[in-house]
Design a protein around this ligand. Structure first.
Ligand code: HEM
Length: 426
């Protein structure tokens, strides 16, 4: 009966070709390969919980009066979502899934970087990946404003100021992106459009392309697979049914984990901040923007760059110029590290000491800058932080390099000794 059913599909759709092409695709087994999948499933959870929130959220900053008190409609609708039977938990899952997605995309990038999986032929997927990371961060930034409480309006205002400080085009660009001088009445509908239409469509399109390129080029493999299958073939488990069962388990585990976290740890308490008013609360951006915030603090107030008749002030240098340079460098990684041969296997981090130490140095720089965002709380002077931002990354980079060299020396000696014939053999 089942055979007949499949035969019916086979006759009409050429099912066996599809099966061979996609369902039998081998997935190499390595725990770090789940990072990409966790990023993908976080996005799926964000879309599902986002659709739920969409039914009750009001994308408007118009002031409405409820029970004698006035609120922006968006703010009031979020307080109402929190009172619905499943409203608060869905909102909290949405929030935690957003943090998870950004964190996992960064870890996935680090996995690709430290194992050399960005090398030929995967340069295109590296570039698509960086675009995905930037758009995912933008999803976080645009979502931040939507509750329209005092905190989110102040935080987005900082984003507006930074964008407006770009020479020549800054004010026009910021007004276009924020639909007027922030906070404008059109800002919420425009951010809502970015957050629920433009950004998700871009993510769906780019994730689809990312996965298609990955399927076409085949996955890199753990080096333990070397020589165990014919050239051009992959050692792994098929997509259907083994890998699919693992994916379903991972998705269920993630949903359960996020529900648990969301029921224990509350998110952004909007009623505590209240609707936007004349008093602005002290704000810190989310963790993934802290490094830019720290950088802005560390750039001395007197620093200016004169360029083509205009002056780049510390806000543009710290908020736009230096972060853009770092992002550009990250984009260029596969082109700076050119290889003639196709990279088919994961490289151990010890294979390229320079690459690994640049990676750890940059991570240390980002950590130091993020800590600088809390400079007043930590009670450490800006001068010390400036020194630390130069010295710590250098020290960590050099220490990584030396540690790898030492390890490689020790390993080659051990291997040599193990290969030496025993004295009784002589
Ligand atoms: C929304 C964000 C992203 C999603 C959903 C995603 C998804 C995936 C998935 C499911 C895989 C296959 C499994 C794995 O290797 O982990 C993969 C592979 C890959 N991703 Fe991503 N990714 C994202 C962002 C990025 C970023 C930021 C980069 C790097 C800049 C990147 C670069 C790559 C590369 C080069 C591969 C092939 C790796 C290999 O063959 O070993 N991806 N991605």
């Amino acid at each position: 009966m089942q055979r007949q059913g499949l035969g019916w599909f086979e006759e009409r759709l050429g099912w066996s070709g599809f099966r061979e092409k996609f369902l039998d695709k081998a997935f190499p087994m390595h725990p770090s390969f789940f990072l990409g999948e966790i990023a993908l499933f976080s996005f799926v959870i964000l879309v599902i919980t986002g659709i739920y929130l969409l039914f009750s959220y009001e994308p408007s900053a118009q002031i409405i009066t409820v029970g004698g008190r006035s609120f922006p409609a968006a703010y009031h609708s979020v307080t109402q979502i929190d009172k619905q039977p499943f409203g608060l938990i869905v909102r909290q899952v949405h929030h935690w899934a957003a943090h998870l997605m950004i964190a996992v995309v960064i870890l996935h990038l680090l996995r690709v970087f430290f194992t050399g999986a960005f090398k030929k032929p995967r340069e295109i997927n590296w570039v698509i990946g960086i675009l995905l990371l930037l758009i995912t961060v933008m999803a976080g930034f645009t979502g931040y404003l939507l509750p329209y409480d005092a905190f989110s309006v102040t935080a987005s205002g900082i984003g507006y100021q930074i964008a407006a400080s770009i020479p020549w085009i800054g004010v026009a660009l910021a007004k276009f992106v924020f639909a007027g001088q922030f906070p404008a009445i059109g800002t919420i509908p425009r951010f809502f459009g970015y957050h629920v239409v433009i950004i998700p469509l871009l993510l769906i399109g780019l994730i689809g392309l990312h996965l298609l390129v990955m399927i076409k080029q085949k996955h890199t493999e753990p080096s333990s697979s070397r020589g165990r299958v014919a050239p051009g073939r992959l050692l792994g488990i098929p997509l259907w049914p083994q890998q699919t069962s693992l994916m379903v388990m991972l998705f269920l585990l993630m949903t359960g984990g996020l529900l648990l976290i969301a029921s224990i740890f509350p998110v952004h308490p909007i009623e505590l901040y209240g609707p936007p008013g004349p008093q602005t609360p002290t704000v810190k951006p989310d963790w993934y923007f802290l490094w830019v915030f720290g950088l802005l603090k560390l750039i001395p107030g007197w620093l200016e760059i004169h360029l083509g008749g205009t002056v780049l002030d510390p806000e543009v240098i710290g908020g736009i110029l230096l972060p853009s340079l770092l992002i550009l460098l990250i984009f260029l990684v596969p082109f700076l590290n050119r290889t003639r041969e196709r990279q088919n296997y994961l490289e151990p981090v010890t294979k390229h000491p320079l690459r690994t130490s640049i990676g750890t140095g940059v991570l240390m720089l980002l950590l130091t800058l993020s800590a600088a965002a809390y400079q007043e709380v930590l009670d450490i002077s800006l001068a010390i932080f400036r020194l630390a931002a130069v010295l710590l990354p250098l020290l960590v980079g050099i220490a990584t390099y030396l540690a790898i060299r030492l390890f490689r020396g020790w390993r080659s000696k051990t291997i040599k000794r193990a290969r030496e014939p025993l004295s009784s053999d002589r």
